[in-house]
Ligand binder design. Structure first.
Ligand code: ADP
Ligand code: ADP
Length: 238
């Protein structure tokens, strides 16, 4: 079965058609880039996958769950299986790096937690291991807002992996980064995903980065899928 299945998904905001009849199947473990200009519908598509947006028509199925029908507990359960990474990292700046990673486990716990000792030891160990995996173990006790953009995105990725997701969604994860950090973050996402057999959907607007990703590229234009091909085919054509 597909990890993600969109069937004739359409979404409008007033007169704007953000997604127009999108049909797409993504297999478990597949890594897909959503490539399109600003306003082409990439964020809107990603936001349908974890129920942040509701389709006007068509259906959205993720990990066998009909997202459009999911509410309350079933929606929370689904979201705990999906990690999300954002363009602006969305860290809590004044808190330490390690605490930021730990907040990724909040869906496993009850209530808000402030301070490292509010988390069970097993989670603190897992968070430290993830930080080491993204190459930031020596930054654990620094404030998150003292890190560079590329480092902050590494922390955000570690936070997303804290809940041991099956799917990782990344919405323009490198749009705020310089070219070198962008390459590094893309390579890191790929490496971590392969190790865990994660299904990845990552939106980008840069063609060169999409081609370098080397897997499936789905092109969006004005809310429509205008391209769906392995990167190697496109690279040869260019
Ligand atoms: P992208 O992520 O590719 O930049 P978006 O999915 O953010 O594209 O936006 C697709 C279109 O839908 C754009 O025209 C955008 O202005 C519009 N749009 C997105 N979200 C909203 C919203 N909450 N309200 C109104 N229009 C929106
Ligand atoms: P992106 O390009 O990553 O979609 P945007 O800056 O376009 O980022 O959108 C950021 C947020 O604003 C998203 O939640 C999106 O749904 C919302 N949004 C985008 N376009 C509009 C719009 N025209 N009116 C209202 N909200 C919008």
């Amino acid at each position: 079965p597909a990890a993600i299945q969109l069937d004739t998904l359409t979404k409008r905001y007033g007169a704007t058609v953000a997604l127009d009849d999108v049909t797409l199947d993504i297999a478990p473990g597949e890594q897909t880039v959503l490539l399109g200009l600003s306003g082409s519908g990439k964020s809107t598509l990603l936001r349908h996958l974890n129920g942040l947006e509701r389709a006007d028509s068509g259906s959205v199925s993720v990990l066998g769950v009909h997202v459009d029908a999911a509410r309350g507990r079933s929606l929370r359960q689904l979201r705990s299986r999906i990690g999300f990474v954002f363009q602006q990292f969305e860290l809590v700046g004044p808190r330490t790096v390690l605490e930021n990673v730990l907040t990724g486990a909040l869906s496993e716990l009850r209530g808000p937690r402030l301070g490292l000792l509010a988390y069970p030891k097993a989670l603190r160990i897992r968070a430290a291991e993830l930080l080491a995996e993204v190459g930031l173990e020596e930054r654990a006790f620094q404030r998150a807002d003292t890190l560079s953009g590329g480092q902050q995105q590494r922390v955000a990725i570690a936070r997303a992996l804290m809940q041991e997701p099956e799917i990782l969604l990344a919405d323009e994860p490198v749009a705020s980064l310089d070219p070198e950090s962008s390459q590094q973050i893309m390579a890191l996402i790929q490496e971590l995903a392969e190790r865990r057999h994660l299904t990845v959907v990552c939106s980008l607007h840069q063609v060169d980065l999409a081609l370098a990703w080397g897997s499936r590229i789905v092109g969006l234009q004005a809310g429509r899928v205008v391209l769906d091909a392995p990167a190697r085919d496109l690279d040869e054509a260019s």
